[in-house]
Ligand binder design. Sequence first.
Ligand SMILES: O=P(O)(O)OC[C@H]1O[C@H](OP(=O)(O)OP(=O)(O)O)[C@H](O)[C@@H]1O
Ligand code: HPA
Ligand SMILES: [Mg+2]
Length: 188
Amino acid sequence: MAMPLNKTNGVTAFVDSFHQYLPHRNRDICRDYQGKDLIVVGVLKGAFIFMSDLTRAIAEEGMPSVRIDFIRASSYGSSSVSNGAVGVDMCGSSSDSRWAGRHVLLVEDIIDSGNTLCRLAGAVASCGADSVKVVALLDKKGRRQVEFEADYVGFDIPDKFIVGYGLDFDETYRCLPYVAVLRPEAYA
Ligand SMILES: O=P(O)(O)OC[C@H]1O[C@H](OP(=O)(O)OP(=O)(O)O)[C@H](O)[C@@H]1O
Ligand code: HPA
Ligand SMILES: [Mg+2]
């Protein structure tokens, strides 16, 4: 079960409890992929910090031989809403056999409209993977335009625009070492 984030437990509580998220999800992931050939694929740019914390934690949890790769998707640009047209860059060979015989775990910072993961799921499935699953740190379920359910979710969050820990507004704030809600007047 993902942890709810709302006005009463707020951003401060979220930041405090964030570090407790990782051990639980890491254990789930390690249990599910034990003995399998796993490749963890980060969705750039937003997932870069979560990806690095998650993969190190998975290695410490008992899967040191896990492989990594990246793809890039973007649709927000300088806006706080998806433009619906998700640009995908496979960051290397996009051949049919790129992940042949491997189990792919896509790593996302956030699911919002669902447009990005719907588009990526199709692109990744065509790369020959044995299975494709998704781990997302944040899930803004109330904003879905297309149905999408992640396999592992850190936190359910309300309809607020989030920055920090990899997430940006118009390419700024990605490097904040915590997540924060951007005040609407900053992007209205
Ligand atoms: O569910 P969605 O509405 O599609 O939103 C989620 C996606 O949007 C953001 O990417 P963005 O397009 O901002 O690119 P970025 O990762 O480079 O910031 C975020 O990192 C997710 O990949
Ligand atoms: O709340 C958000 N913040 C940053 N990037 C995003 N991409 C989708 N939703 C968000
Ligand atoms: Mg962005």
